[in-house]
Design a protein. Structure first.
Length: 357
């Protein structure tokens, strides 16, 4: 046998261990289970309420230094395994010049709801340079974050369409569904336009340095699987196919019946809400002969308001059930509730890091 010569090329320094979140997203087993929380930045944190004082939400989203500070707050406080860019799903619509405001206590409100063929035809396009403030925030964050990955995100075409058609938050999405069923041509034109805007929003974030993206189709669970496949899946698939080079997470609420269809949209990781145990979600996501699916989730955000014993029991159960997956990113089943005690979030991170993946 030839001995390996001393002059063999070696890296100058030992490579840093890859971030646990990136290992899990690739379907492998990291040193400890990775954990982050949807809506980890925001009203549960006193330091967030302090820096946001007097600054409207959308103004904050277009101020790179503030986006950087707010994104860093939960990373510093909780030691989570990822940062998520502080922004909102309506930011690309606002950047394109569509009249949307975020009203405190309500959410996004649209000045002129989009309900006709003419309104869809009149939607502006989004140019990448209209997102310069977001790209600058991403660059500032990469310089601060070190080895902690930065997640970028966007709203999926259906969830964005719901806000544009309803004019604001909606419980039953009735106008959205009415348009979808009565005028499929206008519907598909609207979703195609939103898919293009969403793709640009994600591509700008990836080009600026985000290492993972999450596509939020928060309200897709309002649809049956048949309607999801016909009216939504082609558009979300187009977005996911156009974003390359980073792992992709696809998430919705109440989507237990949609999981196989959402997997077909093409993300690497499927987010699961709290309604379905992760081992059952894995069963639904498994393709015979295919790789074991990678999942994210799925602690009920309301559990964080219960006694610590209950929180600990639920966290351990979720990590146990997640072992059925090819990889598991621990998270909530939806966003942190504003009245959550941040000390509980920090304790959950410590607990998850003490467990075996
Ligand atoms: O003044 C404030 O503090 C406004 C509250 C707020 C915040 C903190 C809104 C208005 N958006 C955000 C930030 C935000 N939005 C993040 C931050 C990053 C993090 O996770 O830490 C993210 C990922 C979003 C994405 C978002 N916005 C979604 C998808 C995720 C989800 O929760 O389902 C949705 C549906 C929105 C719309 C929206 N924006 C804001 C509100 C209150 C809502 C929901 C309104 C509704 O119920 O329909």
């Amino acid at each position: 046998m030839t001995p390996v010569p001393d002059t063999a090329a070696r890296p100058a320094e030992p490579a840093a261990a890859p971030a646990p979140l990136l290992v899990a997203a690739a379907g492998a087993t990291p040193a400890h289970p990775p954990v982050w929380f949807m809506r980890q930045a925001g009203r549960s944190l006193p330091e967030y309420r302090e820096v946001r004082e007097g600054i409207p939400m959308l103004q904050a989203c277009f101020t790179p230094e503030l986006v950087c500070e707010i994104t860093m707050q939960p990373v510093r406080r909780h030691g989570v395994d990822a940062a998520i860019l502080f922004s909102d799903i309506v930011v690309p619509l606002v950047a394109a010049g569509i009249g949307v405001d975020i009203v405190p206590g309500t959410g996004p409100v649209v000045a002129e709801p989009v309900r006709t063929e003419a309104a869809v035809a009149g939607l502006p396009e989004l140019r990448p340079d209209q997102l310069d403030a977001v790209a600058q925030a991403v660059r500032l964050l990469r310089a601060e974050l070190g080895d902690t990955p930065l997640i970028g995100f966007a709203g999926a075409p259906f969830t964005l369409a719901s806000y544009l058609i309803e004019g604001g938050p909606s419980r039953h999405h009735e106008r959205t569904k009415a348009l979808m069923y009565s005028d499929p041509a206008t519907w598909h034109a609207l979703l195609a336009a939103l898919a293009t805007i969403t793709t640009t929003f994600l591509q700008v974030q990836v080009a600026a340095g985000v290492q993972v993206v999450q596509l939020f189709d928060s309200w897709a669970g309002a649809l049956s699987e048949r309607d999801y496949r016909e009216f939504v899946l082609p558009h979300s698939s187009r977005v996911l196919a156009a974003v390359q080079g980073v792992p992709k997470i696809h998430f919705g609420v109440g989507t237990s019946e949609l999981l196989p269809a959402m997997r077909e949209a093409g993300a690497d990781v499927v987010g699961v809400d709290w309604r379905l145990p992760l081992d059952e979600a894995v069963r639904r996501l498994t393709v015979p002969g295919g790789p074991a699916p990678v999942v994210q989730g799925n602690l009920d955000p309301a559990v964080l308001l219960a006694d610590w014993d209950a929180v600990e029991r639920e966290v351990r159960r979720i990590v146990d059930e997640g072992r059925a997956a090819g990889g598991h990113i621990v998270n909530l089943g939806h966003g942190v509730l504003p009245n959550t005690d941040p000390a509980v979030l920090t304790r959950v991170v410590e607990l998850v890091h003490s467990l075996t993946p």
